[in-house]
Design a protein around this ligand. Structure first.
Ligand SMILES: Nc1ncnc2c1ncn2[C@@H]1O[C@H](COP(=O)(O)OP(=O)(O)OP(=O)(O)O)[C@@H](O)[C@H]1O
Ligand SMILES: [Mg+2]
Length: 252
């Protein structure tokens, strides 16, 4: 099952992704976490140092090709596949792949195209793949996330966050991308705003998958720079995410 976490920047995609990875890894299944955000921050949330990203691997291969270190008869895709597998970080609980970005001012499209290919080739090795996507709509328009089973669209209570969420839903329809399930996740909700926000969520036309309250434990972890994957299971955010995971597992 491929699960993607999307939404406007800063709404809590990485927090939600790391909690999902933690909760899913407790099922004992094989999990691959993919950080598809060029401004990657999933590794920190998972408490992992990443030495090499897919972007780095691609740059290396480009340089090796230019300098003649790779024979012209070699199949570049095979070498790339092999090198990408090498950049997967393995832990006892889950594996992690970080897409990164190309050097300098280059476009992200190449890395995005590679991500689509990686998802196609690697997915059969895992029970669950969790993708922390780049903020905004590009992952849809570039069809990077077209084979995703469950799309979680995270928003904070801001007008613009909710608007982005609505646009993600609309664009998916327009592009005829049929997720098995698309859930809206309202995050960082203040208790007193809960009712009002449920109404706003309904107006987006997206099915509400969960409502996560502003969590002081998350803020503490943020301030101390502690990995969010270590959040205790009784934190309000993790409790709500546990319910969300139960809903997702129904589609497995
Ligand atoms: N429910 C919550 N309660 C308190 N703080 C939260 C909550 N959810 C997220 N945060 C905090 O809000 C900030 C933004 O969250 P996060 O980094 O997960 O967002 P993001 O969508 O991944 O951002 P970006 O687009 O920059 O990657 C982080 O400091 C995070 O710890
Ligand atoms: Mg993030």
């Amino acid at each position: 099952m491929i699960i993607a976490v999307s939404g406007k920047g800063g709404t809590g995609k990485t927090m939600v992704s790391s909690a999902l990875i933690n909760l899913l890894s407790k099922t004992g299944k094989d999990i691959l976490a993919i950080d598809a955000d060029p401004d990657s921050n999933l590794p920190e949330a998972l408490g992992i140092d990443v030495l090499k990203t897919v972007g780095d691997v691609r740059e290396e291969l480009k340089k090796d090709t230019a300098s003649g270190n790779i024979p012209s008869s070699a199949n570049k895709w095979d070498i790339l596949d092999y090198k990408i597998m090498e950049s997967v970080v393995e832990t006892p609980e889950f594996d992690l792949l970080v897409m990164g970005r190309p050097e300098g001012s280059g476009c992200y499209c190449a890395v995005n195209n590679m991500l689509r290919k990686i998802i196609e080739t690697i997915s059969s090795n895992y029970d669950f793949i969790v993708i922390d996507t780049e903020a905004g709509l590009e992952h849809l328009s570039r069809r990077t996330t077209q084979n995703v089973d469950v799309m979680l669209v995270v928003t904070d209570p801001s007008y613009r966050g909710i608007l982005t969420a609505q646009r993600i839903g609309e664009l998916a329809k327009e592009l005829e991308i049929n997720f098995k399930k698309l859930f809206l996740i309202l995050n960082r909700v203040k208790i007193e705003d809960g009712k009002n926000l449920r109404e706003k969520a309904e107006a987006t036309g997206l099915e509400l998958g969960g409502l996560i309250y502003e969590d002081s434990v998350v803020s503490e972890y943020d301030m101390e720079g502690r990995p969010l994957i270590e959040l205790p299971s009784d934190a309000v955010s993790v409790k709500e995410l546990t319910k969300i995971v139960e809903k997702i597992l129904k589609f497995h």
